[in-house]
Write a protein that binds this ligand. Structure first.
Ligand SMILES: Nc1ncnc2c1ncn2[C@@H]1O[C@H](COP(=O)(O)OP(=O)(O)OP(=O)(O)O)[C@@H](O)[C@H]1O
Ligand SMILES: [Mg+2]
Length: 270
């Protein structure tokens, strides 16, 4: 951890609203503010934990960061550049540098694709920039599988022929395939068995060391956040109520809501 961390992502006063359906024909359209002037910084090579109860805006934030949804106010800078002003090529570059692992590996994998094809898909899409032919891609897929603790034996299997933990390993390998700088991890272990959770968390930690990755880690599990994250922000109702180095937030929380979250934390020994 460097003494003077470099900001990789800067979220500056970002607001995101969703239009809700009218309750009656003559009723005005209502809006829900999912993110309300959210500001935070993700430092290069570090892990920022985003915690908050269900509906607090965590996944909305990740979708805005990935450029999957526009923001209604504020801006998101990646290495100092506003991601909203990218042209098509810039957007492709942005999606390659920032990859995502979702909560549910089943929902994020095409059941009709083999493990090989799932991991290679991004490399095919970005073929021109990567300059890899078929055999070179397959060699990389095998290497990536090795990194996540799987092997040749899993290459031609389909998602339903894998365990939950193995599926999430495939998703991590897929996320690493484009050599990203940053991984967005949206509750990556909450669909897994407790014993498998620890293995996947250790794997993520190992991958961060090996590839010098920056993580934005979304979780409602504070014990996991404390274990994995350097910095934390607490979201409530779309607003940041507290943020800072993880140790500081956990040992001397300033906000009542953070205190309540910590008080509700089960004692877990890692
Ligand atoms: N497409 C949408 N249209 C309307 N409202 C939405 C949409 N997506 C999210 N919301 C609302 O925005 C708020 C934030 O949702 P979000 O999914 O970001 O929460 P979350 O913190 O990820 O929750 P969870 O922990 O349950 O995953 C919620 O009130 C949700 O109902
Ligand atoms: Mg969510």
């Amino acid at each position: 951890m460097s003494a003077d961390p470099v900001p990789l992502i800067e979220v500056q006063q970002v607001t995101r609203r969703y239009a809700l359906a009218r309750q009656g024909l003559w009723e005005p359209r209502r809006q829900l503010t999912a993110l309300d002037q959210v500001s935070l910084t993700v430092h290069a090579g570090r892990t920022l934990g985003v915690v908050g109860e269900s509906g607090s805006g965590k996944s909305t934030l990740t979708r805005c960061l990935l450029g999957l949804e526009p923001v209604d106010g504020g801006r998101i800078l990646y290495r100092g550049q506003d991601i909203a002003v990218h042209d098509a090529r810039g957007r492709r570059g942005h999606t390659a540098r920032m990859q995502v692992v979702f909560q549910d590996p089943n929902a994020s994998m095409n059941p009709r694709m083999s493990v090989h094809d799932i991991i290679a898909e991004g490399m095919v899409i970005h073929q021109r920039e990567l300059g890899l032919d078929g055999p070179a891609r397959s060699a990389q897929v095998l290497e990536l599988l090795g990194h996540v603790g799987l092997g040749r034996d899993h290459l031609h299997r389909y998602p339903h022929e894998l365990s939950g933990g193995q599926r999430q390993r495939v998703c991590i390998a897929r996320a690493l395939a484009l050599k990203p700088e940053c991984l967005i991890l949206d509750e990556p272990t909450s669909a897994l068995d407790v014993s498998v959770q620890a293995q996947v968390l250790n794997l993520l930690h190992e991958m961060q060391q090996t590839f010098g990755l920056t993580y934005l880690f979304v979780s409602h599990d504070l014990a996991v956040v404390r274990y994995l994250c350097d910095d934390v922000v607490v979201l409530r109702g779309g607003k940041v109520v507290e943020g800072g180095p993880a140790e500081q937030v956990f040992t001397s929380p300033q906000d009542d809501y953070t205190r309540a979250l910590i008080a509700a934390m089960p004692e877990v020994a890692f």
